[in-house]
Design a binder for this molecule. Structure first.
Ligand code: GLC
Ligand code: CA
Length: 567
């Protein structure tokens, strides 16, 4: 009998920012009341896991990744009671919820930091953070936020010492060499697990510990703490997802995935290669990257994002050729600026020049790969961004729900809104919103929903094995996903021209092939099987005599029917 899979195996993760999602009390800021009201939409869409960016009290100088209380809820969003109501409702709708947890640092306004700076040098209180008399300490550790900081150290006039901050100067690093810090952060994890959350997206995991003469990334002490964390989580006796953020090459991110460490990590290298393949029309590097990603410890998996709340990472000049990066930048609407820290600060749709074909192609791959596909709120609509806003705010504007004022996000007067809703030509919320797209059968939103239904109906796409097929066309990628019961073939064309490709399906010689989405019959499988793919076209095919339960795949696209929740 096959082993029971944990709930997160193959799950589709929907990332959202509560304060930008839906405003339930009319103050211009999204909150848990508003989000709870949108759960029927999320269920309708078919996502199974919600990842909330930080929800804790914070001065919000880094989108909430600057925390002042790890066991509270930011008053703008509600309180522990409204969080509890939301969580219960999400569970009731069959969804899981993971919280973003920032282990590496706090806000400088956190009481621990205020206490530390006034406490005597070398006292237990001071040692909750990392201090030095010499700002040359750990000088091999690179500055991460290069557009905002020039050093990892900041002088504190009260403490009369420098403190370490791998991120912004108002985010002092916690000192993981101090047992109190380790134990206290484990208690934070207990706190939220006791309240029923299903897991954590662990922010910036490589940077927890420091050691002279190293880049201070992924040190053995850091892994040792993450193993303690895993043990602590396992002690709760239920499946909890620990998903690490390590923006690094696959070989450096992979060690976090271990039976006794994290269950998942983001595959940002894949993200970079997907964009590079669209820009270059070549899939060779993408194919190698997909192959590399298969080498993962049993019981662990990659989370697969296209975009998120940060800039798009394309590697530090080693991963993606400079001319390909340049092609992406030159193609962007409003010129080629938008470079921030380590990547391009734009949302998915503008990065693809508003081309829905490329959007479908990338998601068509993402939804058919092993791992946990991640959908960033608004990308199911092809929502735009607002270049020129501060820091990464261009990618964090309110969700577009309806053509009404503020896109139905909030009833508050415009100046009170958390961020402006998108009105840019081509992306205006009056046209591009959930309500309108729900009614248009050919919309991107209905397409995403249909793809997610197909993924749910085809276990091969969630948990099947992966095998790359060789294909002579340099712009086409092809692979199969198989379980004992079914095989699904996927092919995608990353070029702006049509592609006729021959695939060797001799392993399935004589078997029936059917396109998944509409059930259209294709020629019988054989050693020289030909298909035509439109520019940026892709397709999923079922191979063999497979009965798909609840066969929504053989008829018309799913429609919003009477009785279904409206937006
Ligand atoms: C992570 C977050 C980013 C944040 C940083 C510092 O990279 O994704 O938004 O600014 O950590 O916490
Ligand atoms: Ca509100």
């Amino acid at each position: 009998m096959a082993a029971v899979q944990p709930w997160w195996s193959g799950t589709v993760i929907y990332q959202l920012i509560v304060r930008s999602y839906a405003d339930g009390n009319g103050d211009g800021i999204g909150d848990f009341k508003g989000l709870s009201g949108r759960l029927p939409y999320l269920r309708w869409l078919g996502v199974k896991t919600l990842w909330l960016t930080p929800v804790y009290p914070s001065p919000l100088r880094d989108g909430g990744y600057d925390i002042t209380d790890f066991t509270g809820i930011h008053p703008d969003l509600g309180d522990l009671a409204s969080f509890h109501r939301f969580l219960t409702a999400a569970h009731g709708q069959g969804m899981r919820v993971i919280l973003d947890l920032v282990l590496n640092h706090t806000s400088d306004l956190h009481p621990w930091f205020q206490r530390a700076r006034w406490a005597p040098k070398d006292s237990p209180e001071r040692n909750v953070y990392v201090w030095s008399d010499d700002p040359q300490r750990y000088s091999d550790a690179p500055v991460l936020f290069r557009h905002f900081e020039s050093s990892n150290w900041e002088w504190d006039p009260v403490a009369e010492q420098y403190y370490l901050h791998r991120f912004l100067r108002h985010q002092p690093d916690l000192n993981y060499a101090n047992p109190w810090v380790q134990e206290t952060m484990l208690e934070v994890v207990d706190f939220w697990l006791d309240r029923g959350v299903d897991g954590f997206r662990l922010d910036a995991v490589p940077f927890l510990c420091e050691e002279e003469g190293t880049r201070c990334e992924g040190l053995p002490e850091t892994h040792a703490f993450l193993k303690r964390l895993r043990q602590r989580v396992d002690d709760h006796g239920r499946d909890v997802l620990l998903l690490g953020e390590a923006i690094q090459p696959v070989q450096e991110a992979a060690p976090y995935l271990a039976k006794d460490e994290l269950h998942g990590a983001f595959n940002f290298v894949l993200t970079a290669h997907l964009f590079a393949a669209v820009a270059s029309g070549s899939t060779r590097a993408l194919g190698n990257c997909l192959q590399d990603a298969q080498d993962v410890v049993e019981g662990c998996g990659w989370a697969l994002p296209l975009r998120n709340h940060d800039e798009l990472w394309l590697g530090d000049g080693h991963l993606i050729p400079q001319e390909v990066i340049q092609t992406i930048r030159v193609g962007l609407p409003q010129g080629q600026g938008h470079w921030l820290n380590w990547g391009i600060n734009r949302r998915l749709a503008p990065l693809l020049n508003g081309d829905p074909r490329a959007n479908r192609l990338l998601h068509g791959l993402l939804y058919s790969l092993p791992g946990m596909p991640c959908l960033y709120y608004g990308d199911e609509l092809g929502m735009g961004d607002w270049p020129g806003l501060r820091d990464r705010d261009p990618n964090r504007t309110p969700m577009a729900w309806t053509p009404a004022r503020n896109g139905g996000f909030s009833a508050a007067p415009d100046p009170l809104l958390v961020l402006p809703p998108i009105t840019a030509p081509g992306y205006d919320y009056r046209v591009l919103n959930v309500e309108v797209q729900k009614q248009l059968p050919g919309s991107l939103l209905n397409w995403h929903r249909r793809m997610l239904i197909c993924r749910r109906l085809l276990p091969a796409l969630q948990s099947g094995s992966f095998r790359l097929l060789s294909c002579a066309h340099p712009g086409v990628i092809a692979y199969v996903r198989s379980t004992e019961a079914m095989t699904v073939l996927v092919a995608g064309n990353f070029t702006a021209a049509g592609a006729a490709v021959g695939l060797d399906l001799s392993d399935w010689q004589g078997q029936r092939t059917r396109e998944v989405m509409w059930g259209c019959e294709f020629p019988i499988a054989h050693d020289d099987w030909y298909v035509y793919l439109q520019p940026y076209g892709f397709n999923w095919w079922l191979i063999g005599e497979v009965e798909v339960e609840g066969s929504e795949t053989s008829s018309q696209p799913p429609k919003a029917t009477a009785g279904e929740p409206s937006v």
